[in-house]
Design a protein around this ligand. Structure first.
Ligand SMILES: [Zn+2]
Length: 430
């Protein structure tokens, strides 16, 4: 934990007395009432309020709509449908960047954290408790998936502890940075929903406003999102050939031997993307590891399984040689589908076989390579499209969520994308 004092600490932080806590609670409560005049008529804050009453009354009043809103987001099935419908209809929900002042704060904190701990691109979180007299930075924390822990779990725990122990939280601010936006689907309470409830609680109990900044939109479950998992190369072909869903279903039913047509919403979203941004070039190195890319060559082995033992031995060795030589094709350079297929053809035609691989076996080997290579390139092409769709989907999810949630929590929470300045040498590239 890093602490920067703005002025000497001595005598500055009297621990919160019970009486003071009550007074500050009342103040917070009164402040809340004046800001929400539309709801003020539903409840009048009692003159002598005790802590537990304040909590219960407060919970009853403004948690209702927040709970309703988060409950609807916790219903992942319906929320996914809603996001798809939204993407389909192309309604613009606007951007969701943080305000300039808050973005600037995140930029400064980010520079400090990067100077101390180095820049980091993978998921991590850190937070800052900003007091009048000092700034407390804690983190970075990383997820521990083996224990089922997300980095935000630690942030919530630490923040809670600091708010309870660091003295009178008057005019304090909490800044929470997380590389990926907090998740919206998890086998326990999703971090995003936990955080908005916590922000509301911290506001109500301590009058502390929370700011959440993130760099990438994680949506429900980030790149593990499976809404578009059925979009294969063959599906893309069918979508490209069809003008509308009806004609797509007819085409798909004829063309797809081992897959069902996509549902209408997924078709529409994919069609819109393929029409507006046709894929010209794509990399052969998306999220797939080099090891996985090489698996296309392994599938060549299966083509020779029925061969007699001695031929199979020769062919197995040759597959290994071809695989190694074909490494050169798997460079990081992007290309079009046609270019990759062409590169593969040129490669195998120019390949010099070992002397034991005679005439017909050479032909069989060439054919097997062509088939496996084509399959791999087509898979990568479809993977690229799935990734793009998932990215748009996750972006739209966060957009809709923030739009919903800020209607209720604007006072106690600011949440949005952090824009890190490009001049910052430690800024993440994205
Ligand atoms: Zn999470």
């Amino acid at each position: 934990m890093l602490r920067w004092n703005r002025r000497p600490l001595a005598g500055l932080e009297p621990l919160l007395s019970k009486r003071k806590r009550l007074i500050s609670l009342n103040t917070v409560w009164d402040g809340y009432q004046t800001h929400t005049s539309d709801r003020a008529t539903q409840h009048v804050a009692p003159k002598s309020i005790c802590e537990s009453e304040a909590l219960e009354t407060g919970d009853r009043i403004d948690s209702t709509s927040l709970s309703e809103q988060t409950a609807s987001w916790a219903d992942t099935h319906n929320s996914v449908k809603r996001v798809l419908d939204h993407l389909k209809s192309k309604q613009d929900t606007g951007e969701f960047f943080l305000s300039d002042t808050v973005n600037q704060k995140f930029g400064e904190f980010h520079r400090n954290i990067s100077d101390e701990c180095g820049a980091e691109d993978k998921q991590h979180s850190w937070a800052v408790l900003e007091k009048k007299e000092a700034i407390i930075m804690y983190g970075p924390y990383y997820p521990n998936y083996n224990k089922g822990e997300h980095s935000e779990d630690t942030i919530i725990r630490q923040t809670q502890e600091l708010l309870e122990t660091e003295g009178d939280p008057e005019d304090w601010k909490v800044y929470i940075f997380t590389m990926n936006s907090p998740c919206l689907a998890r086998n326990t309470d999703p971090c995003m929903l936990k955080l908005v409830h916590k922000a509301q609680e911290w506001w109500r109990l301590y009058g502390v406003k929370t700011h959440i900044g993130f760099v990438r939109c994680w949506g429900f479950k980030g790149n593990k999102e499976n809404v578009f998992k059925d979009i294969s190369y063959q599906q893309v072909e069918c979508i490209n050939q069809s003008e509308d869903f009806k004609s797509y279903v007819q085409t798909a039913e004829k063309a797809l031997t081992d897959a069902d047509p996509l549902c209408e919403a997924v078709f529409c979203v994919a069609k819109r993307l393929l029409k507006s941004e046709p894929v010209k070039e794509f990399p052969l190195t998306t999220t797939v590891q080099k090891q996985d890319r090489k698996s296309y060559c392994k599938s060549m082995h299966t083509k020779f399984e029925s061969k007699p033992e001695d031929e199979r031995k020769v062919l197995t060795q040759e597959v290994r040689r071809v695989t190694e030589a074909a490494e050169v094709l798997l460079s990081d350079q992007t290309g079009s589908l046609e270019e990759y297929l062409e590169r593969g053809s040129r490669f195998i035609l120019g390949h010099s076989f070992a002397s034991q691989v005679c005439g017909t076996l050479q032909d069989e080997m060439r054919l097997a390579f062509q088939q496996c290579w084509t399959e791999m390139v087509q898979d990568m092409y479809a993977e690229f499209i799935r990734e793009k769709l998932t990215e748009d989907f996750n972006h739209c999810t966060i957009q809709l969520f923030i739009q919903d949630i800020l209607k209720i929590t604007a006072e106690c929470l600011q949440i949005g994308k952090v824009e890190l300045s490009e001049e910052d040498p430690n800024a993440f590239r994205f």
